[in-house]
Structure formats: structure tokens, C-alpha cells
Design a protein around this ligand. Structure first.
Ligand SMILES: NC(=O)c1ccc[n+]([C@@H]2O[C@H](COP(=O)([O-])OP(=O)(O)OC[C@H]3O[C@@H](n4cnc5c(N)ncnc54)[C@H](O)[C@@H]3O)[C@@H](O)[C@H]2O)c1
Length: 364
């Protein structure tokens, strides 16, 4: 029996609404899989906590989280608390503190009706973006000089260490080799004449150790265009923190929107817990109305299962999402349905049990 400790940080806005649907999925899994059980600890951290206590999480927050097998996060950010505080004092604190330097964001079309792209099907939109998650443009390095004066200067430094660049590129090559897929690096060496020239050099250097992996390299502006025009070019993509952040929103747009985009923050050495979360934010415009689509949060559970080595559950969750997407009736308004967050979640559980029964029968 594998017992997994899950730290829940539902966060703000629609965060708690979608996380509770994901928790239903985890509870359903332990109900039918006698080899798995989950122990949940919930943390009340986020913007509300900040307004009450003047901080986004407890001082020793990372210490409290460090023994978890996984962190399951909803979203943080809410009007009244500056976004850079909610991001830096919770989300980035965890990503950095636990050296979750790999961000895995699948760009996979689960139903052809979801893409705004003409003539593109599931076959043409199916790739994985591996985003550097610990440094680059989000290192937090910089300065603010002569504040408020006419000569005011602001510096935001992109930090690219050899260790940080090499390890993400190597991770991507390993993944491409394992999955027997092509690997595309996305950078911008023509304009960013230090950091991105360095990135490209490291990509070439590490690539020499992987002669079996077919590689491509694009400038980020060209890559934006190809994401929309020819997404079939991509199988596995590796890119920097900022470019990955932006590109994966295009990825979300071509696969059904923010309600379907998931991301895993991985510490591959497993020295610290990894964190699983929907890509979307706290969506204050729809929170508290039961309108939030919980599919991204449910897909995060699939990524968590993959990380735990439970590929069967990961595949079953994604297959069940595909089944669910066939019927508009059980979808939330962002996908053209009328269902509430909880109604979608309940239908998902029903279908998951049905899919599990089918798989069980097939494998007998
Ligand atoms: N990982 C995170 O915690 C994270 C990520 C992005 C933004 N934020 C924060 O969230 C707040 C709102 O940011 P934003 O409006 O730019 O981005 P957002 O992702 O919260 O919302 C963007 C748009 O997408 C819609 N949307 C998002 N998720 C949805 C879902 N599950 N179902 C249906 N519709 C959904 C929203 O209604 C909104 O119209 C800000 O405070 C921001 O800093 C947090």
C-alpha cells in the first residue's frame, strides 16, 4: 500500500472551487485502488490570509510542506493584494525554495471542437512544453534606481547559470529520448546577445550527447507563429521561464482555454516535494458563482499520478476528460455548457468509474 501525503493549498478565488473537484478525484482513486491512499493536509494560505496576517504564508511554511509527497495548489491572487506580492511570497517561494526547476505543460488537444484553429485535430496539436522554472527572467534580480526622479532607471536582469541552463536542457533531451520524440529549443539569440546565445550554445553542447534525438531551434517570435499556424511541428519543446510562460498561454488558447491548461512544477531529484496546479489564475471575475471549469485542476491530478509512477491512473484521467468533453451538457459555460463546477466534477467521477471498469475488464 502506497500512502501519499498531499499538501493542499487551495488559495484564492476559484482556486478552492477547482481544487475540491480534484480532491474528489483523488478520493475516488483511493476508493477503487487498494494499493493507494492519500493523506490530505490543507493550508489556508493566500490573499485572504495576507490581509489578516500581513503575509501570504507562515514564516516556516516551507518547513511545514517539505515532508509532503506532493503539493496541490489552486491559484493565488486577488484584488486588494498586489500581484507581485501574491506571486513572489507564495507561488515563487515554493517553486524556488523546493528547487522545482522543471515546469511541465502539456499542449494537447483533447477534443477537436475545442480549438479555434481551422482544420487542426488532436493529431496535430499534441506536444509538451518543458519550461525552465527557477531562474532566467524571473530570477528576481535587478534594481530600481533614483525612484521617482527624472533619471529613474529600472533593471530586470535575466539570470542564466550554467547549472540552471544545462539541467533543464538535459532534462528535455532525456524526455525526448525516452518518448522517442523530436526536441525543439525556443530562444532569442539575435536580440538577447548574452543570455540566449549562451542558451543556444548549451543546447548544442548537450545535444552532442543525444545523437538519437532530432532537434530544432526557433526564435520565440517565429515559434509563436508556428504554435498557431503549424502546431504539428512540435513534439517536445524546451524554453526559458518567461518564454515558456507566454508560449503556454498560446498553448492554452489553441487547446480550449485556461480552464483546460495544467502545469507540474517538478523537482526531478525528489529532494523536495513537487507541486501540481492548473495554469489559470484565481479568476476573480467568476469566483463564487460555480462557473469555474475544474478540468485543468483534474488534469493536474493526472500529472501527479504520473509523478507517483501511477501511469494507469494518469492515462485513465486523461481518457475520462476526453469522454466528458464529448457531451456539452456536463461542461461549464467557458466550454459552451451550463453545468456548475461541482456538476462537472460529479460527472467526471461517474465516467472515471465507468472507464476504470472497462479497463479492468480489458486487462483481465
Ligand atoms: N498560478 C497562479 O496562481 C496564477 C496564475 C495566473 C494569474 N494569477 C492571479 O490570478 C488573478 C487573476 O489573473 P488573470 O485574470 O490575469 O488570469 P485568470 O487565469 O485568473 O483569468 C483569465 C480569464 O480566464 C478565465 N478563467 C480562468 N480560469 C478559468 C476556469 N478554470 N474556468 C473558466 N474560466 C476561467 C477568467 O474568468 C478570466 O476571464 C491575478 O491576481 C493574478 O496574479 C495566479
Amino acid at each position: 500500500m502506497k500512502e501519499k501525503k498531499i499538501a493542499l493549498i487551495p488559495g484564492d478565488g476559484i482556486g478552492p472551487e477547482v481544487i475540491s473537484e480534484g480532491v474528489k478525484v483523488l478520493k475516488a482513486i483511493e476508493q477503487v485502488d487498494s494499493n493507494l491512499s492519500f493523506e490530505f493536509t490543507a493550508y489556508p494560505w493566500g490573499c485572504e490570509y495576507y490581509l489578516e496576517h500581513g503575509k501570504m504564508m507562515e514564516e516556516n511554511g516551507l518547513d511545514q510542506l517539505k515532508d509532503a509527497d506532493a503539493i496541490y495548489l489552486g491559484a493565488v491572487g486577488y484584488p486588494g493584494v498586489p500581484d507581485h506580492i501574491s506571486l513572489w511570497d507564495l507561488l515563487l517561494k515554493i517553486r524556488k525554495g523546493f528547487d522545482q526547476y522543471v515546469n511541465l505543460r502539456p499542449v494537447t488537444l483533447l477534443n477537436p471542437s475545442l480549438t479555434p484553429l481551422k482544420n487542426k485535430t488532436e493529431k496535430e496539436i499534441d506536444f509538451l512544453v518543458i519550461r525552465e522554472n527557477s531562474e532566467g527572467e524571473y530570477a528576481g534580480a535587478g534594481d530600481w534606481l533614483f525612484k521617482g526622479k527624472p533619471e529613474e532607471v529600472v533593471l530586470q536582469t535575466g539570470v542564466f547559470s550554467r547549472k540552471g541552463t544545462e539541467r533543464i536542457i538535459r532534462y528535455a533531451f532525456e524526455e525526448a529520448r525516452k518518448q522517442k520524440k523530436t526536441l525543439t529549443s525556443i530562444s532569442k539569440a539575435n536580440a538577447l546577445n548574452y543570455s540566449m546565445v549562451f542558451w543556444d550554445e548549451v543546447f548544442d553542447e548537450v545535444g552532442k550527447e543525444y545523437p538519437d534525438v532530432v532537434t530544432y531551434s526557433y526564435l520565440v517570435d517565429a515559434a509563436c507563429m508556428f504554435f498557431v499556424q503549424q502546431p504539428e511541428r512540435f513534439e517536445i519543446v524546451v524554453t526559458t521561464n518567461l518564454f515558456g510562460d507566454i508560449l503556454t498561454d498560446i498553448g492554452a488558447a489553441i487547446t480550449g482555454g485556461m480552464g483546460l491548461a495544467t502545469g507540474a512544477n517538478i523537482n526531478p531529484e525528489r529532494e523536495f516535494p513537487s507541486m501540481f496546479e492548473p495554469v489559470h489564475g484565481s479568476a476573480p471575475d467568476i469566483s463564487g458563482k460555480g462557473l469555474a471549469n475544474p478540468i485543468a485542476a483534474i488534469w493536474s491530478v493526472a500529472q501527479m499520478m504520473d509523478f507517483f509512477g501511477e501511469a494507469k491512473w494518469s492515462e485513465l484521467i486523461v481518457t475520462t476528460i476526453k469522454e466528458l468533453l464529448k457531451e456539452k451538457e456536463y461542461l461549464t459555460p467557458d466550454l459552451g455548457g451550463n453545468a456548475t463546477t461541482a456538476e462537472l466534477g460529479n460527472q467526471f467521477i461517474k465516467l472515471l468509474f465507468e472507464q476504470d471498469a472497462i479497463t479492468y475488464k480489458k486487462n483481465r
